[in-house]
Design a protein around this ligand. Structure first.
Ligand SMILES: [Zn+2]
Length: 366
């Protein structure tokens, strides 16, 4: 039995903006929100601590994320920024949310910043999985900064690194550093300076949300490890009109760079017009498997694909494949992968070992 590493969840954004309490069950969170505007705004939650336990989710790459004011639709009062200083404060507030979550609930959540933390965490998970007598270990948190607007100037990377950030995705929308989703453009001069500072600390570069052009530039120039924490293969997404996913050339290059892509089980990222194509019932885990298989066929192995759910990242249970009610349903992928010829080792790589390879390569010793 393998555990799961999920490479993208906006936990802090939900904690800070929606007051979601992820020490609770997903069903209790839904119940608490049922008479509020939250389900209409952000969907019904897919996450909760008992559901992590049920699926054996051992590690989550949890984001620091905040949106620019110009893209806020005003449907619900959330934190936004309109200059780098405000962005910095928003991202700090996210970081503080993880300090509180792990500080107040050490039996449920734990920050992982170095190899020592990782080894201790994995030991505890291994002994839990080999003897169900053990109490369930905490969910480990790797901090991922989604959108680098919170970094006021590139040299500030060092401070974010000291504060525990281990993965940085320079873009969400386009910004001072590079072109992003719906706002195409190259990596800027400032963006290249940012990458230089990131490389100096072995920070993992996350190309999800970067524009196609800036992704190719990053793959050509970044010295360190590159991942796509939550992206799919664009070639398989019917009707996708936005620059949010990886074109074949980028995917091929990511594989050559020994990177990993976390597949997102969000219906619109599997079939853009899914609502017109039969709705939720029509989108199933088969679509997710097709994405996984596409990467494996391109690579000729199972070493470059994993899971990056983005659960609660602006959507909820209403917008994910039919068989998924909460994150507890992710293990349903295993028997379906097995039916397609994936053996236990392959499934272990997809569920966790590929992300473990990246973490073992990049986290500092202590
Ligand atoms: Zn995202």
């Amino acid at each position: 039995m393998s555990f799961i590493i999920d490479s993208h969840e906006d936990l802090a954004w939900n904690i800070v903006n929606l007051n979601r309490d992820y020490t609770q069950s997903a069903f209790d969170i839904r119940e608490a929100e049922k008479d509020t505007p939250i389900p209409a705004f952000n969907g019904n939650t897919l996450l909760g601590w008992p559901q992590y336990q049920e699926a054996n989710v051992a590690i989550v790459f949890a984001t620091l994320y905040c949106a620019p004011k110009r893209l806020d639709k005003g449907k619900y009062p959330v934190r936004v920024y309109d200059n780098p200083e405000k962005a910095h404060l928003c991202y700090q507030e996210n970081l503080e949310a993880y300090r509180r979550l792990t500080g107040e609930n050490p039996e449920k959540y734990r920050l992982i910043c170095c190899q020592t933390d990782l080894v201790k965490h994995l030991d505890q998970w291994q002994s839990h999985l080999s003897s169900s007598q053990e109490p369930p270990p905490p969910v480990g948190i790797i901090i991922l900064m989604e959108g680098a607007e919170g970094i006021i100037e590139p040299a500030e990377v060092e401070r974010w690194y000291e504060w525990g950030v281990r993965v940085i995705g320079p873009a969400w929308a386009g910004n001072r550093y590079c072109g992003g989703t719906r706002e195409p453009g190259p990596i800027t001069k400032l963006g290249f300076e940012l990458l230089d500072h990131m490389a100096a600390f072995d920070l993992i570069l996350d190309i999800s949300h970067m524009d196609h052009q800036s992704i190719l530039q990053a793959l050509d120039t970044y010295d360190g490890t590159i991942i796509a924490s939550h992206s799919n293969a664009e070639a398989l997404i019917k009707g996708i009109p936005i620059n949010r996913h990886l074109k074949d050339k980028a995917l091929q290059h990511l594989i050559e760079r020994d990177g990993v892509m976390g597949i997102v089980p969000l219906n619109a990222f599997l079939d853009w017009d899914w609502r017109d194509h039969g709705g939720r019932e029509a989108i199933t885990l088969d679509h997710v498997i097709a994405q996984i298989d596409y990467v494996c066929q391109m690579a000729g192995n199972t070493c470059h694909v994993a899971l990056g759910t983005d659960f609660d990242g602006g959507f909820g249970v209403e917008s994910v494949p039919f068989e998924i009610d909460t994150i507890a349903d992710l293990p349903k992928l295993a028997p379906q992968l097995a039916k397609r010829g994936y053996n236990e080792e392959d499934i272990g790589r997809i569920f966790s070992d590929n992300w473990l390879r990246i973490l073992k390569q990049n986290l500092p010793a202590s």
